[in-house]
Ligand binder design. Structure first.
Ligand code: DAH
Length: 345
């Protein structure tokens, strides 16, 4: 029995030394030290031994067990350490490798134009206001002096959701909302950028969805000359100091008088070319003095307060500024088009 135990010990220790991984080591533990293992098996024969021999054999069996257990533990630590070292070696980073370039995105050209215009007006003391794209007929038309059945409503074919709710056709309803919020008191100086929607067939110059920027200034003693001065600063900053502006009489139900602003054509310097269709001028935006009806409907006393308003299309401005010939380029998201406006490339 003693020999058998010694044999088992030698055999187990040899296997532990050879074990290549933790799984193999665990298998050795189970097979030698488990309840069904050979040591337990040998000890079953203890009954046949004399009473003097029994404790000696028991002590020996424990010794063998402890030795195997100790060897397994030692080997386990060694194997675990080796595994960590191997992992560290595998994960080693070569800091001398050149980096992979990160592809940078850039702002959409319309976003850039809108931000440029916002900055320009913020610099003149304006704040930015916003309103809902799903709008009430009241704010989109009625409060802007366009009662139901008014023929000028046909100028802006609309997407109606219900009889009283539509997708706003312009950013002008934000004027009406802002004035109403002020409850007829105090000055206003805002611009309102945002998306607008019209039932137009898409082509090179029309889109069923586009953007607008509205401007509104209300105070005592605001005059048409204030509007002209403001638009002149805007045009020169946006298109170049050498640009001239002119105001032409026009019609909008929410302004009286109403004007359209042209800038002198850069291509021909005002002599007339294909860009300006021979006129020397390019139309940029609509504007005017806020109609007394609009002021009164929003709760402003039109004898005390006057104001001017203007509305422009960033698409049109971007097309002129960057020489884009089709409005659909802004919405089809062709990366080759969009990349041309990158500041980093
Ligand atoms: N809302 C007009 C449109 O979409 C543009 C406009 C013209 C806005 C004159 C104004 C304005 O505020 O005074 O055609």
């Amino acid at each position: 029995m003693q020999e058998r135990l010694k044999e088992l010990q030698a055999e187990a220790l040899e296997k532990v030394t050879q074990a290549a991984d933790l799984k193999e080591l665990n298998d050795i533990r189970v097979s030698y030290l488990g309840k069904k293992g050979p040591i337990t098996e040998v000890l079953k024969g203890m009954g046949k031994l004399s009473p003097e021999e029994r404790p000696k054999m028991g002590a020996l069996a424990n010794e063998v067990r402890d030795m195997i257990t100790g060897a397994i533990e030692e080997k386990q630590i060694a194997l675990e350490k080796a595994a960590v070292e191997q992992k560290l070696a595998a994960e080693k980073i070569d800091v001398t490798l050149p980096g992979r370039p990160v592809r940078e995105g850039n702002h959409h050209p319309l976003t850039r134009i809108i931000e440029e215009i916002e900055d320009l007006f913020i610099g003149m003391g304006y704040t930015v206001a916003e309103g809902p794209e799903v709008e009430k007929d009241y704010y989109n038309f009625e409060a802007l002096n366009l009662p139901k059945g008014h023929p000028a409503r046909d100028m802006q074919d609309s997407f109606y959701i219900t009889e009283e709710i539509l997708l706003r056709t312009h950013t002008s309803p934000v004027q009406a909302r802002t004035m109403e919020q002020k409850q007829g008191k105090g000055p206003i100086k805002i611009i309102c950028p945002g998306k607008v929607y019209r039932r137009d067939n898409d082509d090179a110059t029309h889109s069923h969805q586009f953007t607008q920027i509205e401007g509104l200034v209300i105070d005592e003693n605001i005059r048409l000359s204030d509007l002209k001065g403001t638009l002149d600063v805007f045009a020169k900053k946006m298109f170049g100091a050498d640009r001239e502006i002119r105001l032409r009489p026009s019609f909008f139900p929410f302004t009286e008088p109403s004007v359209e602003m042209d800038i002198s054509c850069k291509m021909c310097g005002g002599h007339g070319c294909s860009t300006c269709k021979g006129t020397g001028w390019i139309e940029i935006l609509g504007a005017g003095m806020v109609h007394p009806n609009v002021l009164e409907m929003a709760g402003y006393d039109s004898k005390k307060y006057t104001g001017f308003a203007f509305g422009m299309g960033p698409e049109r401005i971007a097309m002129l500024k960057y020489g884009v010939d089709d409005i659909r380029h802004f919405y089809t998201n062709d990366i080759r088009f969009l990349k041309q406006f990158s500041v980093t490339e």
